[in-house]
Design a protein around this ligand. Sequence first.
Ligand SMILES: [Zn+2]
Length: 274
Amino acid sequence: MKKQILKTPFLEEIINVCSTIYKLGWAENHAGNLSYRMTAQEVEAYIGKEWGGTRKYNLEKPCSKLGNQFFLVTASGSPFRNVRHDPEVHLGIIHLNEKGSTYEIIWGFRDGRQPTSELPTHLLCHHERLQVDPNNRIVLHCHPTYTIAMTFIHNLEQEAFIKTMWSLNSECVLVFPEGIGLLPWMVCGNGQIGWESAMKMKEFRIVLWPHHGIFACGQSTDQALGLIETVEKAAHVYILTEGKTNQCMTDEQIVELAHAFDLKPREGIIEENK
Ligand SMILES: [Zn+2]
């Protein structure tokens, strides 16, 4: 390592995001995890060519396009509220081998900690998203309360869910014109849900896990968090109105809005656009 990782801007940014999400109430207990793909400049500036891995693990599903990449990742079982107090325990940096089939811990995860149990999901999401957006940096998972609540009330048909979201606030179609990916309920952790989430990330920057939480990606932590905030605000309004609105934005208004900002809403959601 060339410099003290603890003093770097990207680490400070990740610590702040963890604290912010905790204060928003979206990361209770051990909930919430994130992964940040380091830039080539950050690797050059802070890692250099001389570093030693301490522990090495195989990836069940290799991520060939992530070969030789470095990720800052939250630790398994680490509450977001504690990240700030001891980053070297609750965060770590991993390096993937050339084939993207193994990774080794090169910093952090002190006291025997390991990366989040959702790491396979994170890496698969990065792998797929990078093919759509080569500048994608972050994958972020947390438990926004009203968004989760909405998955108990609204039907879980993806197109209908997107349409409701767009109709609840003018910001929605502007912030996520591509819509939201919605999975059926699945077992979380190291299983099929990771692959299914990654497939959704080819089309969407937001993926909802019903009765559980949200995944968002972006070119920065601000982008990913902004997506979640926008979804959560609309879901909050939906819950406050108990889904019984007398009026909301019409299809025509959604189209008018998108056109005014030169955006193309996802096809197949609203009548004029089908
Ligand atoms: Zn979760």
